[in-house]
Design a protein around this ligand. Structure first.
Ligand SMILES: *Cc1c(COP(=O)(O)O)cnc(C)c1O
Length: 401
């Protein structure tokens, strides 16, 4: 038995089986590469679902974390700490917003966005108590809490978790007329991913996000962009909304905000909106802790230079050009995406996404399937063109084989 096999058996023995990992045991990592427990190297083309946009153990982020570890790591929000103000100011500035409410995981930030929108609806818009409605898109993925799965259309994610939280209406993603028809006087927000990640990197029709912006503005409804996966460089811009010149009322951020080091999430919005909270009305023990702020501040500084966005844009054009060649080659039905982010639909006759992922693993490339026959490609933005090309060669070989 190899070390990896032994470690997999130990993992399976005592963990809940809420995941079905590829049989690879990562023991070390650097940049776009990971090394398994038996010393084999793999190119990481998933990047922790975009939590690792800056690569594994990015030196700037590790240095920031280490320096903070030697000073103070946790205070709780019962006290102020010396990194908090800078973090809020610089994140707000990066987003072109005014205020920040920090949390830890993405789902918590989405929950925070839901609470914010409802409170804003009652306090500011004048919606009758208990009547607030939030509109979401089908095939959405916003996290795993009971409220969030209440408005999921994914049967697997949702089954057996009722009773479900009311107050949400689901419309088809990309259909502006359906959204228009769903908005009523009690609608407080439209919550959407500008590009749907878990659904298979679904890009809405051109003009849709701009249409959502116009519609929400004219009806006094908040536009909430869940950029937890699409944001912070992945698509070749800081935010995917920028591709349509859209500035939402609220950004929900997570994943890459923590630099692949610690979980950091946040809701970022205007003073009008986030100003609805008073002490005691919402919170988190770990949200905005010193270590989180120190790492996120470095992430923000790295994003301010624009170099990662530029890399994602250039390498992304190359990636999509290369993947485009695969389309029509038999095995690949469709490729979607933007920047260094692609959903590749495989003809099921060539095997499931899972089978393909396993074959790629055997060739030293890690990807993750989603929804049966789609694989998602999202390498760290620091991947070199040579490594990316090598990864694509392996994909080509697997698709031919
Ligand atoms: C990953 C993700 C979330 C949930 O984040 P967690 O940190 O896993 O709770 C929410 N929204 C989107 C778009 C995501 O990709």
């Amino acid at each position: 038995m190899s070390t990896s096999e032994r470690l997999i058996a130990a993992s399976e023995a005592r963990s809940a089986h809420n995941y079905h990992p590829l049989p690879v045991v990562v023991a070390a990592a650097e940049g776009a590469w990971v090394t398994d427990a038996d010393g084999r190297r793999y190119l990481d083309m998933l990047a922790g679902y975009s939590a690792l946009n800056f690569g594994h153990r990015n030196q700037r982020l590790i240095d920031a974390a280490k320096a903070q570890l030697d000073r103070v790591t946790l205070t709780s929000r019962a006290f102020y700490h010396d990194r908090f103000g800078d973090f809020c100011e610089q994140l707000a500035e990066l987003c072109g917003m005014e205020m920040v409410l920090p949390m830890n995981t993405g789902a918590e930030a989405v929950e925070t966005a839901v609470k914010t929108a409802r409170k804003w609806g009652y306090r500011s818009k004048g919606v009758p108590d208990g009547q607030a409605k939030i509109i979401v898109a089908d095939n959405n993925f916003h996290g795993r809490t009971t409220t969030i799965v209440s408005f999921s259309t994914d049967a697997e994610a949702r089954a057996d978790y009722g009773p479900y939280t009311p107050g949400f209406e689901i419309v088809p993603f990309g259909d502006l007329a359906a959204l228009d028809a769903a908005v009523d006087d009690n609608t407080v927000a439209v919550l959407m991913e500008p590009i749907q990640g878990e659904a298979g990197v679904l890009v809405p029709p051109s003009g849709y996000l701009a249409g959502v912006r116009e519609l929400t503005r004219s009806r006094n409804v908040l536009m909430i962009a869940d950029e937890i996966q699409s944001g912070l460089g992945r698509t070749g811009a800081t935010f995917a909304c920028e591709h349509e010149g859209v500035h939402p009322d609220m950004y929900v951020l997570g994943k890459a905000l923590g630099g692949g080091v610690v979980p950091v999430s946040a809701v970022v919005s205007s003073r009008d909106v986030l100003g609805v909270f008073k002490p005691g009305e919402h919170g988190s023990t770990f949200g905005g802790n010193p270590l989180a702020c120190a790492v996120a501040l470095e992430v923000i500084a790295m994003l301010r230079t624009g170099e990662y966005q530029q890399r994602a844009k250039e390498l992304g054009e190359h990636l999509h050009h290369e993947l485009g060649v695969f389309v029509g080659g038999g095995a690949v039905r469709e490729v979607r995406g933007r920047g260094l982010w692609a959903g590749v639909d495989i003809d099921p006759a060539h095997g499931s996404g899972r089978e393909l992922s396993e074959k790629l693993m055997d060739r030293g490339v890690l990807v993750k399937d989603t929804h049966g026959s789609t694989i998602r490609i999202a390498p760290p933005l620091v991947v070199t063109k040579e490594d990316l090309d090598w990864g694509l060669e392996q994909l080509d070989a697997v698709l031919r084989g």
